[in-house]
Ligand binder design. Structure first.
Ligand code: NAD
Ligand code: DAU
Length: 366
């Protein structure tokens, strides 16, 4: 069959959306946005509520009559079938995943199971349900993926949509595999799909195992700031609300079968970013300039640590007209304020098992 990307005739609207992983960091922002921008759509959030999922992330939409939460696992085909037949979804926005690279190094199988088998199970149930309903020409399967599938850059260059896949961690290998499986369902069965590959997100409600919220929390609490290796690895940071806006744009106008890189041309070496966070948090807390610099602690590097990620989002910008809405200064200031104002959220998500993970993970790094 001809699988060259094709544009939608007009912007898509939906009546019934399935969002997976909606209780996580990015998923919660996506749900909040879709409830605004798809005013006719009912939105079902399917989430297993792993350590990274938290219904407190969606407290403000709990009472919305178009929003439903379903607790469950994307590997559970029976549950998926029930949800598809009950809600007659016309699109799936698939974000559920194991998402933390460090955890993929210590427990790779969990990543292969959720990210590959989970995605395949979801695709398979969607294919059967949509085939049975005879609506394959009116639906969309959207896979939210990562720039890490492209591997690691040297000092120069940017990832484009044609950069060959070269995943190097169990996490990125599992996301690369799931991208391939999604494309296979398009080419083989004619399922309408889109994929986007985004750079590092930051913003509110991010689980504090990831660099920015972890550093903010530790600066506030005056605990060591663990920098892997020499701190020279580079990441390209995008505000999560701008990622959610990009996802919404692709959902409405993305060409079927197409791939979109999402990023903000905002590269930072880890060490420089941590200095920036120290400056911001110390200032907000009325501490003298440079007060928390002594907390910086260089620790054993991440195994196979990718040196640099950087995204060329020209395709998304020129084809669909998306652009980031804030500067990094604005986004980061907003983010720091949110964590300082939401200590109860931080205390809740870091209680229990997380503290044990944290102590073990960093104790082993010297
Ligand atoms: P997250 O870890 O904050 O959230 C993941 C969510 O998925 C959690 O709510 C968790 O409970 C749920 N989940 C995990 N396993 C599940 C399963 N088997 N069944 C159902 N639900 C399950 O992740 P995030 O940072 O919000 O990332 C969301 C998606 O975006 C992921 O697919 C990730 O690969 C991708 N992504 C993330 C970033 C980033 O910087 N965070 C960048 C690009 C792409
Ligand atoms: O690029 C997109 C990816 O960004 C997403 O697909 C992943 O889901 C997301 O977790 C993120 O992956 P990273 O590994 O880049 O993010 P993390 O926040 O874990 O680390 C960012 C950088 O900071 C990385 O170079 C490792 C470093 N780091 C991280 C932690 C947690 C440290 O130096 N110290 C730390 O304690």
């Amino acid at each position: 069959m001809d699988t060259a990307p094709t544009p939608p005739a007009t912007a898509r609207t939906f009546s019934s959306l399935l969002v997976t992983g909606g209780a996580g960091f990015i998923g919660s922002h996506v749900i909040r946005r879709l409830l605004r921008t798809q005013p006719e759509a009912r939105v079902v959030n399917l989430d297993a509520l792993t350590y990274a999922g938290n219904l407190a992330n969606l407290k403000d939409v709990e009472g919305n009559e178009r929003y439903t939460f379903a607790k469950g696992d994307i590997r559970d085909a029976d549950l998926l079938q029930r949800l598809f037949s009950e809600h007659e979804f016309d699109a799936v926005i698939h974000l559920a995943a194991e998402s933390h690279v460090d955890r993929s190094i210590t427990n790779p199988l969990a990543f292969l199971e959720t990210n590959i088998l989970g995605t395949a199970t979801l695709l398979n149930v969607a294919k059967h349900a949509w085939t049975e309903r005879g609506c394959m020409d009116r639906v969309l399967f959207y896979h939210v993926s990562t720039d890490e599938v492209y591997g690691s850059l040297g000092d120069e260059g940017l990832f484009t949509e044609t950069t060959p896949y070269d995943p190097r961690s169990p996490y990125s290998a599992s996301k690369a595999s799931s991208d391939h499986v999604v494309r296979a369902y398009h080419h083989t069965y004619g399922m309408p799909i889109v994929i986007s590959n985004c750079s590092n997100n930051y913003g509110s409600h991010q689980f504090p195992e990831k660099l920015i919220p972890l550093m903010i929390r530790n600066i506030v609490d005056q605990r060591p700031l663990p920098i892997y290796g020499a701190g020279i690895n580079v990441r390209d940071w995008l505000w999560v609300e701008d990622h959610a806006a990009a996802i919404d744009t692709v959902l409405q106008n993305g060409w079927v079968g197409d791939t979109y890189n999402i990023g903000g041309l905002n590269e930072w070496r880890n060490i420089d970013l941590v200095h920036k966070l120290i400056e911001l948090v110390d200032a907000k807390l009325g501490r003298p300039e440079g007060h928390s610099k002594a907390l910086i602690t260089f620790v054993t590097d991440r195994a196979g640590h990718d040196l640099r990620y950087a995204i060329d989002a020209t395709h998304l910008e020129t084809r669909l007209g998306w652009k980031p809405s804030v500067t990094f200064e604005e986004g980061l200031a907003n983010t720091v304020d949110w964590y300082l104002d939401n200590k109860a959220w931080m205390d809740e998500v870091t209680s229990g098992d997380y503290q044990q993970y944290y102590d073990q993970h960093y104790a082993n790094r010297g």
